[in-house]
Design a protein around this ligand. Sequence first.
Ligand SMILES: Nc1nc2c(ncn2[C@@H]2O[C@H](COP(=O)(O)OP(=O)(O)OP(=O)(O)O)[C@@H](O)[C@H]2O)c(=O)[nH]1
Ligand SMILES: [Mg+2]
Length: 323
Amino acid sequence: MLITDQHPNNRSITVAVLGAPNVGKSSLINYLLGMNLSVVTSRPQTTRNRYHCVFTVDHTEIILVDTPGLHRSNKEFNKRLNQQAREGSEGADLNLLIIDLSGEVMQQFFDFKENFGRELAPTWIVFSKADLIENVEALPLTEVVEKARELLPEIEKHFVISAKNGDNVHLLTGAICDRAPSSPHLYMDGSVSNKHERFFVTEYIREQVFNLIKEEVPYEVAVVVEEYEDYREKNIPNKVGTSISAAILVNKPSQRGILVGAGGSMIKKIGMAARERIEEMVGGQVFLKLHVKVSENWFSNNFVLEEIGLPRALDSNRVWRKK
Ligand SMILES: Nc1nc2c(ncn2[C@@H]2O[C@H](COP(=O)(O)OP(=O)(O)OP(=O)(O)O)[C@@H](O)[C@H]2O)c(=O)[nH]1
Ligand SMILES: [Mg+2]
């Protein structure tokens, strides 16, 4: 959409946030946005889709692209996650490559080079989780970046930040603003994402599955919104707020029981916690109805994968057909 009558000083920049799973991409984005838009959990492969997260500083619009963590895998599902990450950087003016200081630093550069597998736009390194490192100033990060530049010549500079306590994040914001070219804004004032609220409904339900259920089950869960009715602007008797019905897909019948819990206690907990998050997002009362559906091998089913925003990747194994 073209937004007319823009201020002549307007600038806009698109910044892809890339890196391995669990390095703190979504946490940094949330810190910059000043809200918990993206889902953050302590486990890898939380983010599954690429999407825009938008905020403005004075006349500068900053469009951050959250992406799934790039990783090596031959599984169809993971190939599609990686494809989302690669596509997330398409058309970006700048990439932030997040490197977790609490992990194997040099290995993350090697893995990124291998998994990303093509040319990059100008790239800044953001060393994250600095709060976990004692005496971070003593680390030879300038030398590390020099070495990394041999692999990734697009690297321009680096930052050392913590998304937990906000250390140095202002330096990054300032540098991104300085880098932003003169341009009309692409989003209307107040827009925070290119994804609809329905997408975030599925994310916030999945988030609670991650928070409340341990081990592998959350990885085998997908959420699909089946009904979404916004009655807030409509004048219908006895209808207020937003009414949402969603299915939680599981991969095996045994997982159904875990999701539902004794006497429905688990699904109730998931629903209550997710509803709070969704009410905060939509700014009003939400009626959330959840049910669990067994969809065996949904992560190999093209129809389900398309539904949750993961179209076929360039390196997909084959065309997946519904039985
Ligand atoms: N101590 C500390 N923990 C952090 C920091 N940034 C992120 N974390 C934690 O690291 C974990 C992963 O954070 P996410 O933001 O979900 O990481 P991600 O890179 O988006 O992960 P995926 O979406 O799985 O690729 C969470 O437990 C965060 O709380 C940080 O600066 N300091
Ligand atoms: Mg994430």
